[in-house]
Design a binder for this molecule. Sequence first.
Ligand code: XIL
Length: 377
Amino acid sequence: MKRETPHPSRFASHLLPQGEKAWSRRTVLASSLALPLAACDRFASAEPSPPNVPPLKSVSPAPFGTAIKAEQIDNPDWVALARANVSQLTPEWEMKMEYILADGLDQPRFDRSDRIAAFAQAQGMAMHGHTLIWYAQGKEAFAGLSGAAFDRAFDGYIAAVAGRYRGKVRSWDVVNEPILDDGSGMRDCHWSARYGHDGYSLRAFEQARAADPDAILFLNEYNQESVPAKGVQFLKLVERLLKAGCPLQGLGLQSHLWIDIPPGVIAAYLREISQFGLPIHVSELDCTLRTEDRLDLRGQAERMTAQSARVTELAAAFAALPQAQRFAFTTWGLRDADSWYRQGEKDDGKDKPLPFDSFGRPNPMAAALAAGFKTRA
Ligand code: XIL
């Protein structure tokens, strides 16, 4: 099963202060600097004791959620941590085409998404459906289809999935990540090839509306806060879709934050996107300590201070939204080891992108969230 790993472009190299030369990691490691770098961590301060943080759902100004993988239902430590801190769940990957269509369009698999839905219901937790149409998935399953057959498959998939979870999900990410990484325009993909860049979103939202008249329908995107041009493109797309009568009802900021987003940029973007007056979902918060493709002499403690500043700014900006626009605040996992940043060959074994450490103890990020939420007027 192919599993996505973070796009390299997610990291902050282009955010270097003006005039500073971006060094590639390769340049640094190949140079004589590598040895002193290795010494830096030796002086990193001892592990601070875990902060004392109240349950996050008790301090959040909206439902506090997290991503869930079906296997976590069998992990008592994860279940206990989730029950204590969250009131909403987003299937991390098993409600997507990646899993549902793994055996082909005519053999959809719902076993794991059904299990997650049943778990959420049993725990009294809401569920946010993720995601119906994504550029990154479905190409193989839809290969060989064209014209009316493609349309039947596209409409049929949304009807089948959104219809199946009608009454079980509160909301859906109907379309995910439609904007190019550099914000220069809309992504080309197998969906846009058939319906056009805006057309596939229009069709997807209309099909989702028909399948579940009660779910709140979201458009979801990453790096809106951290790549200004991408945020602008997202806002322009939202404006076009709304003007075209698209049943778009909510805006998802994935918020896979970088520690080097300049102070104030996150808050400014939330103020800007809130002007549509729509519910806003911080949908996939994590904040990696890694700064790929650039020279970074900071130790772990200094990076975590920067991480806390970014997370507090996001939480405070969310808390400052009008209550009707605070849809939910979701982290992309609870414990560091559960993070997609800690999977596969990119895992450096040290990243701490989530609110809890791998033993379920609060990270500084959890304290940063609570501090940001507390600023609610
Ligand atoms: C990722 C999951 O974390 C992985 O486990 C999965 O294999 C692929 O997708 N933006 C999104 C999420 O909207 O669906 C992605 O989640 C992370 C980036």
